[in-house]
Every structure is written in structure tokens, then in C-alpha cells.
Design a protein around this ligand. Structure first.
Ligand code: GLA
Length: 744
């Protein structure tokens, strides 16, 4: 048995169980029963080998005790001649074969034309916090390695590696990261997030009916249209604050697919990983194909606790730049000039904004698109990554120096995977874009996709980014990606050539492109360890745990309208930590032609990593003073907001009143951000009942607006949670914030 124990702040202690036990990540084999128990935080995942030699799922639920075993695995008998055992036995990694027609995880064509697989248990090993189980086909020289990594925050990572141990070439047509069997039963509901440009992270929850639902990306990247996150609860039991939730998300920034399937026999499963659409991988002798990580968790604490587990997990295990065993630094307040100037600027106009940004409390100044090549609008320049002398006659240095003199560090926008046909790069290397022979190249925003699967494109990309960051004092890159794929051809793919095209070989572009992106970022960060990066893709088109292992924050949406943004942020926090969620205060009228007061815009943006994108040169003195006051307040609550426990007290979806609360892991500080969309019928704002405080402690109230808080200055945690806080919000778009500091 292997135990890893790390004390995690913020994990409540169950009666009779030590905090250390709860925080354990343990892989516990039980060789006599051929069972394995993966304990992570408060949950256990278990599997075992049945009498047929098939690895099957046994358990995924509340943590079992350290000596618990389960009944020996047994296959489900054939139910009818058209209901074979292979279909109803909950296989851990079901391959297509032996009459299995529920959603499978693996489908290959063997060198001799055999298109089925029957996977049997071969061996198992525990290395560190990771369990590896090897399955092998009964006939073909193919092994499947299944990995289970346990994390103390209450998450396991599952992924697979398909290995060719023979001499021929296997064609892999489908290779999922994992198949997850839910406990047999009915009454499940299923939540997922869809989106579009300017409308990402829209939550849906529906009963899980018999049949399949598919969430996927075919766009080449994670996608604006859907996000690789899911949660499944029980309709009659699961709420925001209680009840069972099985949840998970993928760590992959390319085409992905997540299938949720319920059958008439009360079985439900989720299969996720690479998208099978246009997918093929030629697996040569001795080679392996490794699939992306699928991160999974279980809680009986409702949807709120599922989000808090994911947030803790991302802070402790996923986001880069963690101090040893610790957390990444809270994010600085960014000023980004995009909405203020778009590409129409000079060094001087940027500096005028920078001076105002510093006065408003910003800590980082970012020049967005338009600083390079012949980039005056989106028709030209992408790919020509040199500083344009037209806007910066002395280069970036004097601008960066001035930004530093205002007390801020400096960041800049890049879009490395793209090229405009009107660019020197494209004129020199037309072969570097994705393309099919003699086929039009579909442009989007006047740009084409570079084929980063090519080794020469990868080297070029690393080299210019390295040069840019080495020659300038750049603390931060906003890494953008503003179109989806089309004509995904790669005639220089290994195994293909213009003379002898091989479509199957070219399809590896979907995986290789993403792997090379990861490699470029990893190399860049290794060489420039202080560099920070934001992932943006026309908003939230590249938000997943693969990119978040390499980027410090993400831009959830180009939509900065404060009302829309509340809904987008509500969805976002179900899957991702507030620390990674960049939110800017921008000008009004908004995209929706809505007028919203400055304070409301700020208090909405305070839900994550606060930033400013408004044209501050047009702010009045009073608006500048208010901005400075609000950023100063935010700095006093920032760590709690970004790294604390989030309670979505009242959802903004369809509600006039909404609130979010954040509690620091040691419960010494809490923050409530409260909103009133529209007062109606002269009704008073309902008392806001807090959660997660120390009931026995006294908290001192520090109200952003003392005139909007009614009550004592020092209040018991039990009163704040039981009776609540009375706020005086009225009219339209009113908002406030209240910080609570524990005094005893
Ligand atoms: C995308 C981003 C914006 C901005 C522009 C620049 O749309 O989402 O924030 O950076 O590109 O062209």
C-alpha cells in the first residue's frame, strides 16, 4: 500500500477521521481478490478482475475504509441472445469486440485485418501515486496500459496508452482516455456547458435519459461551442450544497469527445478522450499512443463542493508556477488596452493609458494586438513578429521602461499559430499552412492556420517567442487563437508525401499539433521561468486542464457586458478556479448596448482575477477615484477570492438578486459580492445567509459601502450563517461587497 499524505487547508475534518487521512492519496491493491482501490481525498475508485479475466468497474463513491474490500468481480450474465455479457458487464476500458455495442473506448484494425479486440487483464504495478494496469488482447500483439493517478484534493486522473508489441502496423480509430461506469440505477441528471463567441460557459442540466448525449469539439482546439467538463447528480438529491455529484474534465486542447450514455438496463457510463471524428493513428511496431488525462471526482457535497474540489485541485496540482508544495501567486490586476484602442495606437497613446491604469490601481500593463508587422487591422501582419517602427520608432524598450516607472510590469499579445496571407511569413512559406492540394484555403478573420505539427514551424515559433521575451522585459504573454480549423491537410506528415499521399497518416495532425503547442510553451517557460501566460481564443475557446497546466490564467469571453458576464462566470466556476478567470471592467454602452454603473462592473469583475479594459483617458476624476478605491478594496480580498472556497449563494440565472461568497481556507476572511439587477414591487433585498464560516468565531464586518450594510460591526459566524447579512441594495444594477475578518 502506498500513502501520500499532505495537509490541505480548507478540507473539513469528518468526525473520527483525521484531516491527514482525508487528504490522503492512496493506491491500495488487494491481490487475493484482484481488486485495486484508488483513494483520493474523500472518495474511492475501485476496479477488479472478474472470472473471465476482464477488468471491470466496481465502485466510485464516498471513501471506503483502509481495509475495505468489495465482493469479487463477476461478469453480468447474458440476459438474452441479443444482450450479451460483454455489453452489460461494466468494463473499465471496453474495446469494440465480442458483441459490445455500448459506447466503447478503443477500436483498432489489426495488421491482419482483424477489427475486434478482447482485452484481458495482464498485470498491475503501483509507482508512486499512480496505478498502472495492463490489459492485452487475447490474439493480437496489442497491450493497453491504464493509468490511475490519485490526488489528495479528491481527484483521480485516468488515461491510457495503447502499445503495439508486434511487428505490423495497427490502425487506431478510437482511443478514449477512460470509460467511467456510474453506479447502476436511474434518476441521474447530467450537467454540461455549451457556448459560442461572446456567450461561453452556458450551463445545462437535464435528466439523463436512455440514449447518448455527446459533447465534443471538432474545431481543432478546445472550442467555444462546448467545454470538456461534465457533472452527473441525482435529480431527487443533488443541489448546490448537498447530494452526490460525479464530475470530471479533460486535459486536452485539441478535438475531444465526451459521451454520456444511459441504457435501458439502468446502466450509465461516460467515455471521454480524443474525438473519433476524422481521427486515425497509425501505430507502428513498438510504438505507443498516449491519450489525454481525464480528471474525475466524486463528492456528496453537491455541485458547490464539486467546484471547490476542482478549484483546490487546479490550484495545487495543475496551474504552473507553484512554489514547492504550495500555491501559485494570486494574479496581478491587469490593464489591457484592446477595448480602448484596438489596433489604432502609438507608443504615446499606450503610455497615456498606462499612466491612468497605474492611478486606477493596475499592476500589469498589456499591449494587445497591433504592435507588430504591418498590423493596422486584421487583414495583414499575423506571422511577422517584429515590433513595427511605425508605432514604436525606438522599439519597445522606452515604453516598457516607462510602464515600469509607473510601478507596473509589462505584457504583450501574440497569436503564434496563425498567419495572414498578407504577411512576409506567408509569402516566404506558403507550405507552412494547413492545406489540401488544389483546394481553397478557407480564411476566417482573414487568417489561416499554421501547421504546427511540422517540426520547422515548431522551431520557428519557439525561436521568435524566445527572442521576443529575451530581448524585451516582458513579464506576460496573452496567447491568442482566433479561428477554427479547416482543410486540415499535412502532406509532409510522416508516412505521407505529395507524391504518395496517405490520408490516414495526415490525420495525426490533430494530435501532433496540440502536442507541439504544449512543447513550445513548456520550452519557453523552462527558459523563462518568470514568464506568465494567458490563454485566450476569441474569449474562452481554449480553456481546459491541458492548457491550464501551462498558462496562468484564461480569458473566459470577449463579452465584458457585466450582466452577461455574471452568467458566463457562473458557468465557468463550475469547472475552473476563480484564480484563472480574468475579468475586465470595460466601457459602456456594452456589447449589449447596456449601461451599467462603474461599481457594478467592478464588483462583477472582482469575482475572479480583476482587470481593467476601459478607456481610462475618458474616465472622469470621480470615476478614476472610484476605480482606485475599488481596486484597493479588491487587493484586500484578492487572495480569498482567487484561492478560497467559493459558495455560489444565489445564482444570477434568471434572478434579480445574486451573490457569491469566498472563504479563505483557514476561515479567517470571507467576502460577499452582492448584486441587484432590478428592484421590483418596492421589495427589500433578502438577507444573505453565508456559508462555510467558523460558527463559533466572531467576524468584524468591513463593508465596501457602509451605507449599504445594516447590522453590527462584529457578528458571530453562526449569526452570519443562520440569520444572514442585511444589505440595502436598491434600484437597477446596484452592487456592493462586504469583507468579514475573524477577530477571535
Ligand atoms: C481576440 C481576443 C481579444 C483581442 C483580439 C485582438 O478577439 O479575444 O481579447 O485580443 O483578439 O485581435
Amino acid at each position: 500500500m502506498l500513502k501520500l499524505c499532505r495537509t490541505l487547508p480548507g478540507i473539513a475534518v469528518w468526525p473520527f477521521v483525521s484531516a491527514c487521512m482525508l487528504a490522503q492519496a492512496t493506491v491500495r491493491p488487494h491481490p487475493e481478490r484482484q481488486q485495486w482501490f484508488v483513494d483520493a481525498g474523500k472518495m474511492t475508485y475501485a476496479m477488479g478482475v472478474n472470472e473471465q479475466g476482464t477488468l471491470q468497474s466496481l465502485y466510485f463513491g464516498p471513501r471506503l475504509g483502509p481495509h475495505a474490500v468489495l465482493p469479487v468481480a463477476h461478469s453480468v450474465p447474458e440476459r438474452a441472445s441479443q444482450g450479451p455479457s460483454s455489453e452489460t458487464t461494466p468494463q473499465e476500458y471496453p474495446a469494440w469486440g465480442a458483441g459490445n455495442f455500448t459506447e466503447t473506448a478503443l477500436k483498432v484494425t489489426s495488421p491482419n485485418g482483424d477489427r475486434t479486440l478482447i482485452l484481458k487483464y495482464d498485470s498491475a504495478a503501483v509507482k508512486g501515486d499512480t496505478l498502472e494496469i495492463v490489459l492485452k488482447d487475447a490474439t493480437q500483439p496489442l497491450r493497453v496500459h491504464l493509468y490511475y493517478q490519485a490526488f489528495p484534493e479528491g481527484v483521480i486522473a485516468r488515461w491510457s496508452r495503447i502499445e503495439n508489441t508486434g511487428t505490423g502496423v495497427f490502425g487506431v480509430e478510437d482511443a478514449a482516455s477512460a470509460a467511467l461506469s456510474l453506479p447502476d440505477g436511474t434518476g441521474y441528471n447530467h450537467s454540461w456547458m455549451t457556448g459560442m463567441w461572446a456567450g461561453e460557459f452556458q450551463m445545462h442540466t437535464e435528466p439523463l435519459e436512455v440514449g447518448k448525449t455527446v459533447q465534443e469539439s471538432r474545431t481543432g482546439h478546445t472550442s467555444l461551442n462546448a467545454n470538456p467538463w461534465f457533472a452527473v447528480g441525482k435529480t431527487a438529491e443533488t443541489t448546490e450544497e448537498a447530494g452526490p455529484v460525479w464530475f470530471g474534465e479533460l486535459g486536452w486542447s485539441g478535438n475531444w469527445r465526451l459521451v454520456t450514455e444511459a441504457t435501458s438496463l439502468h446502466q450509465a457510463r461516460i467515455v471521454a478522450g480524443f474525438n473519433t471524428f476524422d481521427f486515425h493513428w497509425n501505430l507502428a511496431a513498438g510504438q505507443s499512443l498516449e491519450t489525454p488525462k481525464f480528471y474525475l471526482g466524486y463528492t456528496d457535497g453537491g455541485n458547490g463542493e464539486a467546484s471547490r474540489i476542482l478549484s483546490r485541485f487546479q490550484l495545487h496540482e495543475i496551474l504552473p508556477m507553484r512554489a514547492a508544495g504550495g500555491l501559485p501567486k494570486p494574479r496581478p490586476i491587469i490593464y489591457n488596452s484592446w477595448e480602448a484602442t484596438e489596433m489604432n495606437f502609438t507608443g504615446d497613446t499606450q503610455l497615456a493609458l498606462a499612466e491612468r491604469a497605474a492611478k486606477a490601481g493596475a499592476e500589469r500593463f498589456v499591449i494587445d494586438d497591433g504592435w507588430f508587422g504591418k498590423r493596422d487591422d486584421d487583414h495583414a501582419g499575423l506571422g511577422d513578429w517584429y515590433v513595427t517602427p511605425k508605432k514604436f520608432p525606438q522599439g519597445l524598450k522606452p515604453v516598457i521602461d516607462k510602464v515600469h516607472s509607473y510601478g507596473m510590469d509589462f505584457g504583450i499579445w501574440v497569436e503564434p499559430e496563425m498567419v495572414n496571407p498578407d504577411s512576409d511569413l506567408y509569402r516566404q512559406h506558403p507550405e507552412w499552412v494547413m492545406q489540401f492540394p488544389n483546394r481553397q484555403q478557407t480564411q476566417m478573420r482573414n487568417q489561416l492556420m499554421l501547421n504546427l505539427a511540422r517540426p520547422d514551424v515548431k522551431e520557428w515559433m519557439f525561436n521568435w517567442l524566445d527572442k521576443l521575451v529575451s530581448e524585451n522585459d516582458i513579464a506576460f504573454l496573452k496567447w491568442d487563437y482566433n479561428r477554427v480549423w479547416s482543410e486540415a491537410g499535412w502532406n509532409a506528415a510522416p508516412g505521407s508525401s505529395p507524391e504518395h499521399p496517405n490520408a490516414d497518416a495526415e490525420k495525426t495532425i490533430y494530435v501532433t499539433q496540440v502536442r507541439n503547442l504544449y512543447e513550445v510553451i513548456d520550452r519557453l517557460r523552462a527558459k523563462h521561468p518568470k514568464l506568465e501566460i494567458e490563454s485566450c481564443s476569441s474569449g474562452g475557446g481554449r480553456v481546459d486542464l491541458g492548457i491550464l497546466q501551462r498558462t496562468d490564467e484564461v480569458w473566459p469571453s470577449d463579452n465584458t457586458d457585466a450582466l452577461d458576464r455574471q452568467n458566463i462566470q457562473y458557468g465557468f466556476t463550475h469547472g475552473y478556479t476563480p484564480q484563472a478567470m480574468v475579468a475586465w471592467v470595460t466601457d459602456v454602452p456594452s456589447m449589449d448596448h447596456r449601461m451599467v454603473p462603474v461599481q457594478y462592473r467592478f464588483v462583477v469583475a472582482m469575482q475572479g482575477s480583476l482587470g481593467i479594459g476601459a478607456n481610462l483617458t475618458k474616465f472622469s476624476d470621480a470615476e478614476m477615484d472610484l476605480s482606485a478605491k475599488l481596486t484597493a478594496f479588491y487587493k484586500t480580498i484578492r487572495t480569498t477570492v482567487q484561492q478560497g472556497e467559493l459558495y455560489r449563494l444565489q445564482s444570477p440565472m434568471g434572478s434579480d438578486e445574486s451573490q457569491v461568497e469566498y472563504v479563505s481556507p483557514d476561515k479567517s476572511q470571507a467576502v460577499v459580492l452582492a448584486y441587484l439587477h432590478s428592484q421590483r414591487l418596492m421589495l427589500r433585498y433578502d438577507p444573505v445567509k453565508l456559508r462555510g464560516l467558523d460558527p463559533a468565531a466572531m467576524y468584524r464586518v468591513r463593508a465596501l459601502d457602509p451605507n449599504k450594510y445594516v447590522g453590527d460591526v462584529t457578528v458571530a459566524g453562526s449569526v452570519l450563517m443562520g440569520a444572514g447579512v442585511q444589505l440595502k441594495l436598491q434600484g437597477d444594477y446596484d452592487s456592493t461587497a462586504v469583507a468579514l475578518e475573524r477577530v477571535q
